[in-house]
Ligand binder design. Sequence first.
Ligand code: P6P
Length: 346
Amino acid sequence: TSAKKSQYELQTLTGWLLKQEQSGVIDAELTIVLSSISLACKQIASLVQRAGISNLTGVQGATNVQGEDQKKLDVVSNEVFSSCLRSSGRTGIIASEEEDIPVAVEESYSGNYVVVFDPLDGSSNIDAAVSTGSIFGIYRPTEGCLANLDDDTSLDQQAQNCIMNVCQPGSNLLAAGYCMYSSSVIMVLSVGKGVHGFTLDPLYGEFVLTHSDIKIPSKGKIYSFNEGNYQLWDDKLKKYMDDLKDPGPSGKPYSARYIGSLVGDFHRTMLYGGIYGYPPDKKSKNGKLRLLYECAPMSFLAEQAGGKGSDGYRRVLDIHPEQVHQRVPLYIGSTEEVEKVEKYLA
Ligand code: P6P
């Protein structure tokens, strides 16, 4: 029997990244970008866990481009994520849910990766200490994307144009992940070779490999939707939701689980199976979640783990973004569960 590994034998995220680089799965620049994201998430984890102590709960008193009240921690987490990425020297453009437009990174040394992120998703949960998370996607820079900076177009306008060309989730999304701030702090990421989970060991501040090669069960009995919007949904979706509640021959209907935090609801779906959905409704024709830094990274992970991410009719990863903050409906999780809702919506 393999002796249980001592806590110091577990593979760290740093060691895992170096292995991926040495085996040619990722290059040195992407390794540095992912390390800088790991640092940002550790810093955000400590901020989140001490929010009530360091007076970081509550609202900032401003609204973001989404028109949402910014929490103090939204702003701080965005600054942490941006500064870690800038100081990596390997990112060319960063786009954040908390920034109106994408930002060209002057300090770019090499690599020029394009990183999109939601620094603290589900931040409305912070004051109640319910799980939150950071979500990120890393796109391959297209050659010369920022090189030919013609001087009559502003750098940020060039960055915006670049984002629209570069951020093709189906072909250019190289890596994606999230860090969940919950009873454990867990970094889940993929560089295109499966999905792996790393738990932060607070004893020495390193992420250690705890979930190797995560696979979403092909079906599951948990659905995760905000049913408060039921009356605003399309009739086909209502029928789908009604049928989930039918106990059927087994006498056991599906279970409802919804915490109002995509990262927490999705992480449970990744491990237990089932489906998370944020459908369109009469208030929001394209649902609420943003394509670039929520739906695409999560769909990349879902597919890498053998699951699916759909807007109800097509792969999320096949959607070509038109706007940085573009919203799309999302149905994501076990393959059979996503295909089931697609059948109802057809
Ligand atoms: P609602 C958080 O604001 C978020 O973007 C996701 O993390 C979460 O799943 C969803 O919105 C919650 O939205 O409308 O159900 O409160």
